[in-house]
Design a protein around this ligand. Structure first.
Ligand SMILES: [Zn+2]
Length: 257
């Protein structure tokens, strides 16, 4: 269930679903937790997530090891695919050696390289670790980094080559087909990514696993929620927090006052 309400800090949105992530206990580095414990957000206590875990037969979650009030248990980064060439969705914050080490160990254990890194939006907890990931991998010059270009954004300089995704662009690797959907609201460049084989959605910061998200533009944000409803995923892999198994998805808007 989505609920939107206005608070002193602006509009905030909550999602209620059936959290399943802790059933999907990892197989490797898995079971280990990032060394820094997440702080409770407000009065809500957060479920602990393993540093590396399998959330579907074709998706590994590698926690960004950057827990905080805003990032919950840390940024969820996801490795998608079943073959030797896979896709990384989001790269966490800059300069977090524990995250890079966990990602590197995961690549060795499952014997894959990264062909693409797709970034959900420009916020530092999602794009900040790209340079560190590129510096770690052997195919740094071949791995392509992607993000949506909203055109109205102020120019930002990144310390790596960036390619721009189109709305509805498709990425295919062994075992996985991804479709990009532009979903502004949280930020103008925000995208969600649909995984066809799992009928799953990588929702980034449009929908969180626990608690509320924030947004820049309510009208755009609600349109993006409608788009997610129309995609009708059965599972959501959020940018922060636990995996959500969607049993029934609907939202309620509380108009101000
Ligand atoms: Zn975030």
């Amino acid at each position: 269930m989505f609920t939107a309400a206005r608070s002193s800090g602006g509009w905030r949105l909550s999602v209620v679903g059936h959290h399943i992530s802790d059933r999907c206990r990892p197989q490797s580095v898995v079971g280990r937790l990032c060394s820094t414990k997440p702080r409770a957000r407000s009065r809500m206590s957060l479920p602990r997530l393993p540093a590396v875990g399998s959330v579907s037969p074709r998706v590994l979650r590698v926690l960004g090891c950057n827990p905080s009030f805003m990032t919950l248990q840390g940024t969820n980064t996801y490795v998608v695919g079943t073959g030797q060439r896979r896709i990384l969705i989001d790269a966490g914050e800059p300069n977090v050696p524990e995250y890079i080490k966990n990602l590197e160990e995961t690549m060795i254990k499952y014997n894959f390289q990264l062909d693409h890194i797709i970034i959900s939006h420009w916020h530092s907890d999602h794009i900040g670790g790209v340079k560190n990931v590129l510096d770690m991998i052997a195919n740094k010059n071949e791995c392509q980094v992607w993000k949506f270009n909203p055109k109205i954004d102020k120019k930002r300089d990144y310390n790596f080559p960036l390619h721009f995704v189109e709305d509805k662009q498709k990425f295919e690797v062994e075992g996985a087909t991804l479709i990009i959907h532009h979903t502004p609201g949280h930020s103008t460049d925000h995208i969600v990514i649909f995984l066809e084989e799992d009928n799953a959605l990588f929702s980034a910061d449009c929908v969180l696993g626990e608690g509320t998200t924030v947004f820049e533009d309510l009208t755009e944000y609600l349109k993006s929620l409608q788009l997610i409803l129309d995609l009708n995923p059965t599972v959501i892999f959020p940018g922060h927090g636990s995996v959500i198994k969607v049993i029934k998805i609907y939202y309620v808007i509380l108009i101000k006052n």
